[in-house]
Design a protein around this ligand. Structure first.
Ligand SMILES: Cc1cc2nc3c(=O)[nH]c(=O)nc-3n(C[C@H](O)[C@H](O)[C@H](O)COP(=O)(O)OP(=O)(O)OC[C@H]3O[C@@H](n4cnc5c(N)ncnc54)[C@H](O)[C@@H]3O)c2cc1C
Length: 382
């Protein structure tokens, strides 16, 4: 990748460790994809914890490494090169951890962040059948009952849901000043009120489990409330802003392996008596892929660096997410053009990259919602 202003020697060390893990995960990525094998992803998540990659930017007192967000994204970028399903689960784990890091009590952080750094798995749930982009349409409710809360409703499309040891989830509580209010909760995975009903069959990222569950008379103690009552929405959105950079970073990893595969193939494949890479048309495809990789890298690490400085980064995170994910889809499509027939078969991983890429445009806020965030900031300035 060459020298880059946002990376220190520590980041390069993290990259080396993550690269080793990605090489391990690559060996089972095709099998995990073909069989929708969540167990492989669960095992990979434990391996990430063993390598101390889960808690890179979690404070040391809560079991993490106490480093920066850039360090976390460097690890995520490498993991996405080996297995996108693992990277997707990893990013969601970090999203839930950020919810707890940003809103949790000291006790919650000690309990859940330390466990998550050492291999327990978390999910993060806002989405419901009637609440996708419009998160505030959530129907799940939480009602106070003595020193407990009773939750009822449902969640769907929840990554890691089936094997989560705890769920960070959001529910509607009493209105505040006549406005809808939401509150975060941490619900243990073995709570009998959480009933897993379905794991989705997906086009790509098939081995990261996308789960639907019902929440039925789910009783949790007062200590399960995450952050302030009624302030769940800003908490969820703050955590999602970071996760958004992570989704773009997965696109950055994926587009690099797609481009590498295209170049390797173009050097070998001979048509009209010479390797296809000798054709300027193919060279231009490679130049266009490389340009997108570099621009995505700059946008993503700039947004991550802003977050590390404690500076506002809503617009930059949205720009980086929408650019990196849409261009990842473009690069995977172009890699498919270069390989052509073989790329469309399962003999090469390009067809998997192509299928995996699309979900990145949706998760953590769609491209349309990202554009709304960007234009709102620009229009607001004028
Ligand atoms: C594989 C996968 C994993 C996921 N993991 C999680 C998870 O772990 N936790 C979680 O909570 N959620 C998760 N999600 C849900 C994801 O965040 C939602 O799918 C996403 O927010 C969009 O919601 P929706 O699919 O209901 O689409 P909708 O919101 O119904 O949108 C449909 C279309 O309309 C557009 N649209 C909607 N509103 C507007 C508007 N105001 N202006 C312009 N266009 C608009 C959208 O951009 C989209 O193109 C996951 C989804 C997938 C596919």
């Amino acid at each position: 990748m060459g020298k880059f202003p946002y990376f220190s020697d520590v980041h390069e060390e993290i990259r080396e460790i993550a690269r080793g893990a990605a090489e391990e995960f690559k060996k089972t990525a095709e099998e995990a994809d073909r069989n929708h094998d969540y167990k492989i992803i669960e095992k990979n998540m434990k391996r990430l914890a063993e390598l101390n990659l889960i808690g890179i930017h979690i404070p040391t007192e809560y079991g993490g490494e106490g480093l920066d967000l850039v360090g976390h994204f460097v690890a995520l970028e490498e993991i996405a090169k080996g297995c996108l399903s693992t990277a997707f689960s990893f990013n969601t784990q970090r999203l839930a951890m950020d919810g707890i890091r940003l809103g949790g009590t000291d006790e919650q952080k000690k309990k859940y962040l330390s466990a998550a750094c050492s291999g327990s798995i978390l999910s993060f749930a806002t989405t419901e059948p009637e609440a996708g982009s419009d998160v505030a349409s959530m129907k799940t409710t939480a009602v106070k009952d003595g020193d407990e809360w009773v939750l009822n409703g449902s969640k769907h499309y929840i990554t890691n849901g089936i094997f989560a040891d705890a769920h960070v989830l959001f529910a509607r509580t009493d209105d505040v000043d006549g406005k809808k209010a939401f509150t975060g909760f941490i619900v243990d995975g073995d709570n009998p009120g959480i009933k897993i009903s379905k794991v989705e069959n997906k086009m790509g990222a098939t081995a990261t489990p996308t789960t639907e569950y019902f929440i039925e008379i789910c009783r949790v103690p007062d200590g399960a409330v995450l952050g302030e009552i009624g302030l769940g929405m800003p908490l969820a959105l703050s955590a999602l802003e970071i996760a958004r950079i992570g989704i773009g970073t997965q696109g950055l990893g994926l587009m690099q392996v797609a481009m590498e595969q295209a170049i390797a193939y173009a050097k070998e494949r001979v048509q009209f008596g010479r390797p296809i890479v000798k054709n300027q048309a193919i060279q231009f495809h490679i130049a266009n892929m490389s340009s997108r990789v570099e621009l995505a890298k700059n946008a993503l690490y700039h947004a991550a660096w802003l977050k590390d400085q404690g500076l506002p980064a809503a617009k930059e995170a949205a720009i980086a997410k929408v650019f990196a994910t849409e261009e990842c889809t473009w690069v995977c499509n172009m890699a498919m053009n270069v390989l052509c027939g073989p790329g469309y078969t399962t003999d090469y991983p390009v067809e998997r990259y192509f299928r995996d890429a699309k979900v990145l445009e949706m998760g953590g806020g769609t491209s349309e919602i990202m554009r709304i965030i960007i234009s709102r900031e620009e229009v607001g300035k004028v």
